[in-house]
Design a protein around this ligand. Structure first.
Ligand code: SF4
Length: 414
């Protein structure tokens, strides 16, 4: 099979700049937590971060830490620790690995960033259940453990159209957070500052979308596996000029690749969609496997989840409510089907890979017949890989490799 070929991953030059801004971000958080110069909010990744930033909080994202635990393959050292205090091995392995690491007082941040001794202690914990209930339970543990206030937004699930009624409700919940957040931060809410942060986040998300859409080109300049790393600033630094500057640099590099006909995969034969969570501990292995098969995995639900088209600084509360309520994970099956059909046709994809992530049913969309419906409507094949985002006991290298190679053979035979 093609996987025996040289399968080296092409380095994205901008990555050096990304490492630097991510390091600065963590050092600034650490400094703020130690000195008390700013209050620290922990926030779920699609939570009301812009509101927190406008109130002067430095914002830390536990899911980003969960992904680091997965990518550094440390998660399995910690999951049993959380299991031992009552968190099931079947629930989110970000939650279990992160809580387990906290109990053991360990974090990959200490190795990655010398001088940092631990997580920045929160002054407040803020969630949005748009992704799942696990995020609320996750922050709830820290609220009890650290005796820190917790608050958040409880959203709608399984929705088709995002109605004005839903938007008004969520916007109202976001507004209701303000008095307590003012008290904790010591700062008064400033609508103009909120608008500024929304404008910065809007620009960041717009650039991130353009970055992902460079993959409309054939060959595609960036793989899904690259994009899961490149999305770091969109997650933790949106609302800042830093993230905007980074994505301008990255976009320019990818546009150069496109104009020079350079693909992430040489001899790109097949173009695929990745549905579901990344397998964080296997990004490199999977990336190399697909490169060896002359196959580019170039579009995904996961990386698109940080595109917030609705952001509008002129109407910050409603537009944030709409943006954070219209994400894929919140939507009903009919919407999800239409969404993927549109991407498959725009990106010229030949097949779909579904990752059935054992501990994240919320982001495993193979379980209610969506692959079968898409096979029928698009007349392209799908493959489901069993695995997990962080818990590598649920993933088999051999099984995944065999299934992926057979899937590519199936594409060849068409
Ligand atoms: S969406 Fe999945 S991975 Fe993300 S926090 Fe919820 S259960 Fe965990």
């Amino acid at each position: 099979m093609g996987s025996e070929k040289n399968a080296s991953i092409k380095r994205i030059q901008a990555t050096g700049q990304m490492k630097k801004i991510m390091a600065d971000y963590f050092y600034q958080l650490d400094e703020a937590a130690r000195s008390g110069s700013s209050k620290i909010a922990w926030c779920t990744s699609v939570g009301p971060a812009e509101l927190l930033l406008s109130l002067g909080f430095q914002v830390y994202y536990p899911e980003n830490h969960g992904a680091m635990l997965g990518a550094t393959r440390q998660a399995n050292d910690y999951i049993p620790v959380a299991n031992a205090i009552g968190y099931s091995p079947d629930i989110c392995s970000y939650l279990t690995s992160d809580i387990g690491a906290y109990i053991k007082q360990e974090t990959p941040l200490t190795r990655a960033y010398p001088g940092i001794e631990g997580l920045p202690r929160p002054d407040v914990l803020v969630f949005n259940t748009n992704q799942c209930r696990d995020v609320q339970d996750w922050l709830g543990w820290y609220a009890r453990e650290l005796q820190v206030p917790i608050m958040g937004v409880s959203t709608f699930r399984n929705i088709g159209d995002v109605t004005d009624l839903a938007v008004t409700n969520i916007a109202g919940q976001i507004r209701e957070l303000i008095p307590e957040l003012e008290q904790i931060s010591g700062n008064r809410f400033d609508l103009d500052r909120f608008r500024e942060v929304m404008a910065l986040s809007g620009r960041c998300t717009e650039l991130w979308k353009q970055v992902l859409e460079t993959n409309l080109a054939k060959p595609a300049p960036m793989s899904f596996f690259d994009a899961t790393i490149q999305m770091g600033p969109a997650v933790v630094l949106r609302g800042s000029e830093t993230a905007i500057a980074y994505y301008e640099t990255l976009l320019a590099e990818l546009k150069t690749r496109v104009s020079e006909g350079i693909g992430a995969v040489d001899n790109e034969r097949f173009r695929l969609y990745w549905e579901g969570m990344p397998v964080w501990g296997k990004l490199r292995d999977l990336s190399e496997l697909f490169i060896g098969l002359d196959t580019a995995v170039i579009a995904s639900t996961y990386c698109n989840s940080w595109i917030f088209d609705a952001f509008d600084p002129e109407d910050p509360f409603n537009s944030m409510a709409r943006a954070y309520t219209e994400i894929f994970i919140v939507r009903d099956e009919a919407f999800k089907q239409r969404y993927i059909e549109d991407i498959v046709s725009r990106f010229g994809l030949h097949g779909l890979i579904f990752h059935d992530s054992k501990t994240c049913p919320n982001n495993s969309n193979n379980r209610y017949c969506l692959p079968e419906r898409l096979e029928e409507s698009l007349q392209i094949p799908t493959l489901t890989i069993n695995g997990d985002l962080n818990d590598m006991r649920c993933y088999s290298d051999e099984q995944a490799k065999t299934n992926i190679e057979a899937f590519i053979e199936q594409l060849e035979s068409r």
